[in-house]
Design a protein around this ligand. Structure first.
Ligand SMILES: Cc1cc2nc3c(=O)[nH]c(=O)nc-3n(C[C@H](O)[C@H](O)[C@H](O)COP(=O)(O)OP(=O)(O)OC[C@H]3O[C@@H](n4cnc5c(N)ncnc54)[C@H](O)[C@@H]3O)c2cc1C
Length: 462
């Protein structure tokens, strides 16, 4: 039950129609976490000024706030509980302004990645970042989680795409730092604090984003390799080609590729299912000639001794390749008791890491199966670890094996999905102690009453 005075004041700020009560929320799609819509109510402001007034009000009444976008987050950052208010970006929309001369876009936080990409394409441009949840994930959510995706090796992660940012701090201060330039050294770059903060410091309302040239004709192919090192060599060769641009390189280890292809009825997608790793590549021939490109590609593959390649001949075949890579949920339907991990490693560690981790998990419990895929270009791996009911109590031991040695070798236990609630204990264990202290100081400074997304990322007062 919320203080009626608070509810009244909230209605005055943004109108009764933009508030949804718990009963309405229960009927809504909760997205990728069953507890996302547990709050007492949700409010859908239409302007930055409204967001500011809402946050001031929440501070005054001591009500905590959970910012939400498209609810595609995978770390539980948008989970909400009774007594909390969801501040949704669903109505923070407005025109998507594309500036083709400067190759930038000015967008509101509730804009989906797909909508931005669609507008950018009208000008021969694209967002330069792509994730599987493109149709639903919002720009605000992607900035809040510092999303990565399949183009990060080429165009960087969300942090590298943001030129300017408008955000409202927990106490209601509006920072409208909507720069359209790369170079702007005007003191501490405060917007960087909001990028990747997962809604713990404030609400992101607008952004200026760099765009990239939209690819022309693309050629998608999948190649099977005997080991990761050969696959990596091919990645480097293709990435260095002067007459074609490598757009994506997505890796799947055998178990993941075979099981997902089987679950989707797409076994013919894999050139040689028995091979250890499979990589889906997408390239853009720069002179527009696919035939010339394919001849040169055949030469490069020959040189590397890679005979097992299937080139997509049409959109259906191309989509099937990406389905096998992106539809990791197909595994969920086949296997139960799954734990997910999202790590990133230097290229030199990939081969050893996957072999060692699989072996160690196999020894931990005979029912464990480890499915691995990810973004080859930047060494970001997604692991799904499945087994019978007995592996439930082994979660901590499984995490120990997956995270073993990462911190010491400059790798990361949390690559692109964020910390949310799910990895908060891991951050306490593996995060640098000094960095955690500074994080808490920043959090306390910007959110003195601890109202912004409490319980996510870090405990404010350990
Ligand atoms: C099929 C699928 C594929 C995916 N692939 C990738 C991938 O390749 N790479 C990748 O990085 N991620 C991927 N993700 C994860 C997910 O899409 C991202 O985390 C996304 O950036 C979240 O955006 P959202 O709008 O759905 O945010 P939500 O899920 O609503 O929220 C996520 C977090 O951001 C905060 N937040 C949301 N909006 C705001 C705002 N306006 N201001 C402040 N905080 C806010 C929330 O409080 C929460 O902590 C994938 C997810 C799915 C389901």
């Amino acid at each position: 039950m919320m203080d009626p005075l608070f509810v009244n004041a909230l209605e005055k700020v943004c109108g009764a129609k933009s508030i949804r009560a718990a009963e309405d929320l229960a009927m809504q799609d909760y997205g990728f976490h069953a507890e996302n819509l547990g709050a007492t109510c949700a409010v859908r402001p239409t302007s930055t000024a409204q967001v500011s007034d809402i946050l001031k009000l929440c501070n005054r009444f001591g009500v905590s706030v959970v910012p939400q976008g498209g609810l595609t987050g995978l770390a539980g950052g948008a989970v909400s509980n009774a007594g909390q208010v969801i501040v949704s970006s669903a109505r923070l929309l407005g025109e998507i302004e594309i500036d083709p001369v400067n190759r930038i876009a000015h967008v509101a936080a509730g804009t989906t990645l797909e909508a931005l990409d669609h507008e950018a394409h009208k000008h021969g441009l694209c967002a330069g970042i792509d994730i599987g949840a493109r149709a639903t994930a919002t720009i605000g959510g992607m900035i809040a989680t510092n999303a990565g995706g399949s183009e990060a090796f080429r165009n960087g992660i969300m942090r590298n795409r943001v030129l300017g940012l408008e955000a409202v701090s927990a106490t209601g201060i509006v920072m409208s730092d909507l720069k359209r330039v790369t170079k702007a050294n005007e003191g501490i770059d405060v917007k960087q604090l909001f990028i990747g903060s997962e809604g713990t410091l404030g609400v992101i309302t607008r952004a200026v984003l760099r765009l990239a040239p939209a690819p022309g004709i693309c050629c998608t192919f999948i190649a099977s390799f005997a080991d990761t090192i050969t696959a990596l060599n091919m990645f480097h060769t293709l990435n260095a080609m002067s007459f074609a641009r490598l757009l994506r390189a997505e890796i799947m280890w055998r178990d993941y590729a075979v099981q997902t292809a089987m679950a989707l009825g797409l076994q013919t997608v894999l050139p040689a299912p028995d091979r250890a790793v499979h990589v889906a590549f997408e390239m853009e021939p720069l002179d527009g000639s696919v035939d010339t490109f394919l001849e040169s590609l055949a030469e490069q593959l020959d040189k590397a001794g890679c005979e097992d390649v299937i080139v997509a001949q049409n959109d259906r075949e191309r989509n099937n390749i990406w389905k096998v890579r992106e539809d990791s949920w197909a595994l969920e339907k086949t296997f139960s008791n799954n734990f997910w991990y999202d790590v990133s490693l230097p290229h030199s560690m990939l081969d050893r890491y996957v072999t060692h981790t699989k072996n160690a998990l196999g020894k931990l419990h005979p029912s464990i199966r480890t499915f691995v895929m990810g973004h080859l270009g930047d060494g970001n791996l997604h692991l799904t670890i499945s087994g019978d009911a007995e592996i439930g109590p082994l979660h901590a031991a499984i995490s120990d094996i997956v995270y073993n040695g990462l911190a010491q070798s400059g790798a990361s236990f949390s690559a692109e999905h964020g910390i949310g609630i799910e990895k908060r204990p891991d951050l306490e264990r593996f995060g640098d102690a000094g960095k955690l202290t500074l994080m808490r100081m920043i959090k306390s400074g910007l959110d003195p009453n601890g109202i912004m997304n409490p319980g996510k990322v870090i405990k404010q007062h350990p």
